[in-house]
Design a protein around this ligand. Structure first.
Ligand SMILES: [Zn+2]
Length: 463
């Protein structure tokens, strides 16, 4: 255990110009506003979100721009493209006192601002610092005394420290170069490669992120540094509103015998149809705990009816994770083609044994109410199911059409066109479309979203 002396040598070798005076650390060449901008392109290996049930993982293309200021101010814009060409684009900006995130495409989160308190904001900043080992090392040394472990090895040195949110972390340094080779946060391991220097700042052009040894992310990074960035860089754009209270967990009747669950903790909507003897439930988000509460609500809303069918729109984790809470004698779980495979992989044999795969249109009878289940080989998930109640002209779907809770109608993604052709092909008369995400929409709103796609192509497609 040698601390400051060894660390000073390493930091000096790292060229980050830190002067120690006692426990006080000063940066010679970096002003408090010193900022690094990372333009990142990468791949995320996402579990349980694949386009087909046969695959456990899906490669997701990512772009991210991160601005990290030494004083804890940060901004990140991240973009990802998921199966079905569903795009996310979020902006997060914050400092030590708090952070805010908005949806730049205004569909998933609409125009609502998601606020984070100081604790969460510091964690977010701390996580982002792992993308800049030079700033990470500087932050670690500022939290002196850091503990340096002699590896009994002349080449490497391990440094144990607390990250910017006060969580235990460590890094591995190469003595000769002073470069950080890897770092370990509370959850993840970062491996740094292809260092280059921008002025005095050393940045790896490649970062590999692993979770318990398993590859989760790969980044290619180009870097700019600046003594100052315009303070307005960290502003939120106009046109966004504070998040609205969604109220307590409740079943909202949207048509006779037809309910949507509102006010869940995750914000996801389960829906259900009630007949004279049984109930069909659409999707089981997002955890067993949340689904247990929703199940109790359904039983309360439809007393004496049998929970007969759980219809899973597709086998992505967030839509099915609550299924174990519905397991009881006589329950049928309806899933699309090969859905059982993905369900067994994620939730085990007990849940999988209840699964019946739907490969052609199936009518289920709830007693005076019949529901049609339509399989659709969607580009988002090949095991997609859409449910349709002819008596109320209500269509239930997950991830094919989105309206935000609050905000204007966004253009549909590719999957919206797939839903439109299903509706056309089966000549379904639709009054209302109920989604797992966001508010329910009328058929007119769906048509509007289809039109917007024709007229408002994303910037990338205009070029
Ligand atoms: Zn999905």
């Amino acid at each position: 255990m040698h601390t400051s002396h060894h660390l000073r040598q390493i930091l000096t070798a790292a060229g980050i110009c830190i002067l120690f005076s006692g426990s006080h650390v000063m940066a010679k060449d970096m002003s408090p506003a010193f900022a690094v901008t990372l333009d990142m392109q990468g791949t995320r290996y996402a579990s349980h979100q694949a386009a087909t049930p046969q695959h456990a993982q899906q490669e997701i293309k990512l772009r991210q721009q991160v601005i990290l200021q030494k004083d804890g101010q940060f901004r990140s814009v991240s973009e990802s493209v998921w199966p079905g060409n569903i795009r996310f684009q979020f902006l997060t900006t914050g400092n030590k006192d708090g952070a805010a995130a908005i949806d730049l495409l205004k569909w998933r989160q609409g125009i609502e601002i998601a606020r984070e308190d100081a604790t969460e904001a510091r964690k977010e900043y701390a996580d982002l610092l792992f993308l800049s080992p030079a700033l990470l090392l500087q932050q670690a040394s500022a939290m002196m005394p850091a503990e340096s472990t002699d590896m009994g090895n002349e080449k490497y040195q391990q440094l144990n420290f607390q990250d910017a949110a006060g969580r235990p972390a460590s890094m591995m340094l190469e003595r000769s170069s002073g470069q950080v080779l890897s770092a370990k946060s509370a959850a993840l391991t970062y491996e740094y490669a292809n260092y280059s220097r921008v002025k005095d700042y050393a940045q790896p052009a490649q970062i590999t992120v692993k979770n318990a040894g398993k590859l989760v992310l790969q980044w290619k990074i180009s870097t700019e540094v600046a003594e100052h960035v315009d303070a307005h860089t960290f502003d939120l754009p106009a046109g966004y509103v504070e998040k609205q209270d969604k109220g307590a967990l409740r079943a909202t009747m949207i048509a006779p015998g037809t309910y949507r669950v509102d006010g869940s903790e995750s914000g996801y909507h389960t829906a259900f149809s009630v007949g004279s003897h049984s109930v069909a439930i659409y999707d089981a988000p997002v955890s067993a705990a949340e689904a247990a509460k929703v199940k109790a609500l359904i039983e309360q809303t439809a007393p004496g009816r049998k929970l007969d069918y759980l219809v899973l729109s597709h086998s992505h984790r967030d839509h099915i994770a609550g299924a174990p809470s519905y397991i009881q004698d006589g329950l049928h779980i309806l899933a699309g083609k090969d859905g059982r495979l993905a369900i067994e992989r994620q939730l085990g044999q007990t849940v999988a044994s209840k699964v019946q795969e739907v490969t052609s249109v199936l009518d289920i009878d709830l007693g005076g109410r019949s529901i049609h289940i339509h399989p659709i080989a969607s580009s988002h998930a090949s095991d997609m199911l859409v449910a349709y109640d002819k008596s109320t002209q209500t269509l239930f779907q997950g991830d094919l059409f989105y309206l935000p809770e609050i905000g204007p109608i966004p253009p549909v993604f590719d999957v919206g066109l797939e839903l439109e052709s299903l509706i056309t092909q089966h000549q379904l008369q639709v009054q209302q479309l109920v989604g797992v995400h966001g508010r329910s929409g009328t058929f007119t709103e769906f048509k509007k979203a289809l039109e917007l796609r024709m007229t408002e192509k994303p910037a990338a497609e205009k070029n």
